[in-house]
Design a protein around this ligand. Structure first.
Ligand code: FAD
Length: 463
């Protein structure tokens, strides 16, 4: 392979003296293809992504982000922005261009009096939970602690508190954003309200978020864990899950998954998180725990950060991953049959088919109140292939695509963008529905030349 070098979008090499001058303006560091830490720095969670940036700018603060944006704009460079590096499609990286990397900007400041939290743009969910938990608080996020707050929140953000407290983006009070012009602006209900609207679900299209301010919720100890059943009960268990969740209080979030246990047993499971009163939780969960009965009932009281780490082991760094997801309005019989059929066709013990029920708080926010439009379809089906041998890639990708195609006739037509290894323009437009035209308008205002292009891209072109 030719040695990777920094090139502009037309393929012209950037002079190394210019790169040195830029490096001298930073508090953080430049990582070049010739540096010993380059291969570590260009690695992200998903080993299937193997990109070779021409330069990685490891920013230490907002001023570094501003310098990096100005340098990239002045030299017409392709730009990728890295938060937690957990985007399954690998959008945190690019070939030949520059990665503006926020991995060293992981500060979290909690104000327990106002129950607000300021979080830098490279923080992980684990960074956030660790600090909020000290005050008996939590911000609704996702379910794997190494995921980035930034990418997750900008794409909506669903997790254990979603039914009671809403999406991560619904809990944002304000964003500090570095724009394409290198200006630092605040987007909130009062300041740049159009940008505030667009950033709540519209992804990394409009600028680099260097700091999020969230409202935090009083959540400290939860009742959580796995209920594991044999795979041959998958259809029955999924029907029970659907019926149980139809009347379950919003303090309860349960995901159902067709998976393989670590000792190799084909299984189906419910992963439970009750975030309300513990005594009431025991009562509500009793029928769920009695059902079957399960082969394993690991539900127990635990600190919320432990709940957030419960699935970390199932998504280790460095495996190969390909995911797709579809919203279905209801878990009808045909959908359940397909879940069982395609779950049984899974080609890796690390893969899973997951059903996530979000009914509750997300649906109380109108589809046009923020960019995130997918508020009515309550069940999300995630088809997640994970494997360790790159020679098997085609087979695992084919399994995901086949299952996704099979669910399409039952889908709401919308797909959770955070979970897509691939999403064509049609999928992106459908995910935003009627909001797309307004997003396009905001894109025209804040990033007309599509400087921020490596994301689920919104076109700046007028319809
Ligand atoms: P990155 O790869 O760093 O970035 C993702 C995208 O956001 C890129 O387009 C990037 O350019 C942009 N971006 C990153 N940081 C910034 C920033 N500071 N400013 C502007 N743009 C930025 N999603 C859920 O909703 N709920 C879950 O429970 C959940 N669980 C997950 C578990 C695992 C193991 C993985 C891999 C993903 C999970 N996701 C979940 C999906 C996840 O939210 C998305 O993949 C998200 O993009 C990851 O964000 P990140 O910051 O880690 O990613």
């Amino acid at each position: 392979m030719a040695k990777t070098e920094l090139q502009n979008r037309s393929g012209t090499r950037i002079d190394s003296g210019k790169i040195d001058e830029f490096g001298a303006t930073l508090a953080g560091k430049l990582i070049r293809p010739t540096d010993p830490d380059y291969d570590t720095a260009r690695r992200i969670w998903n080993a299937a992504i193997d990109k070779h940036p021409g330069l990685i700018v490891r920013c230490l603060g907002v001023a570094d982000v501003v310098q990096a944006v100005k340098f990239a704009a002045a030299n017409d460079l392709l730009v990728a922005v890295r938060g937690g590096g957990h985007n399954v499609a690998g959008r945190a990286l690019c070939d030949n261009g520059v990665v503006i990397d926020l991995a060293a900007m992981r500060g979290v400041l909690v104000d327990p009096d106002t129950r607000t939290v300021r979080v830098q743009g490279g923080a992980t969910l684990g960074d956030l939970d660790r600090e909020t938990h000290l005050h008996g608080l939590a911000v609704p996020m996702g379910v794997v602690s190494r995921t980035g707050v930034a990418g997750l929140t900008l794409g909506g953000g669903v997790g254990w508190l979603v039914r009671k407290h809403g999406l991560s983006c619904d809990n944002v009070v304000s964003f500090e954003v570095v724009t394409v012009k290198g200006e630092v602006v605040t987007a909130s209900a009062d300041k740049h309200p159009d940008l505030f609207w667009a950033l709540r679900g519209g992804g990394g299209n409009f600028g680099i978020v260097t700091c999020f301010t969230f409202k935090a919720q009083p959540v400290s100890t939860v009742l959580g864990g796995l209920l594991v059943h044999p795979r041959d009960r998958a259809g029955q268990m999924l029907r029970f899950y659907r019926d149980f969740m139809a009347t379950a209080p919003e303090e309860l979030t349960v995901y159902a998954a067709i998976l393989t246990t670590p000792d190799g047993m084909p299984a189906v499971a419910m992963i439970v998180c009750w975030s309300g009163d513990p005594v009431e939780g025991e009562r509500v969960l009793a029928p769920l725990r009695a059902y079957g009965p399960p082969l394993l009932d690991a539900v127990q009281p635990m600190p919320f950060p432990a709940m957030q780490q419960l699935l970390d082991g199932a998504f280790p760094n460095g495996t190969y991953n390909y995911w797709k997801a579809s919203f279905v309005p209801k878990l009808g019989e045909a959908v359940i049959d397909l879940l069982v059929e395609h779950g049984n066709l899974m080609r890796s013990p690390l893969s899973a088919v997951v059903v996530e029920f979000y009914g509750g708080a997300p649906g109380r926010v109108g589809a046009s109140e923020s960019a995130f439009a997918q508020r009515e379809a309550e069940f999300n089906i995630g088809i997640m292939a994970q494997w360790t041998d790159p020679a098997e890639t085609a087979a695992h990708v084919a399994w995901v695509r086949d299952a996704y195609d099979a669910f399409e006739p039952h889908s709401s037509g919308m797909h959770l963008l955070n979970f897509q290894s691939e999403a064509g323009d049609d999928v992106v437009r459908a995910a935003f529905g009627k909001n797309y035209a307004r997003l396009s308008e905001v894109k025209r205002k804040y990033d007309p030349a599509n400087f921020f292009s490596l994301n689920q891209n919104i076109s700046a072109a007028a319809p």
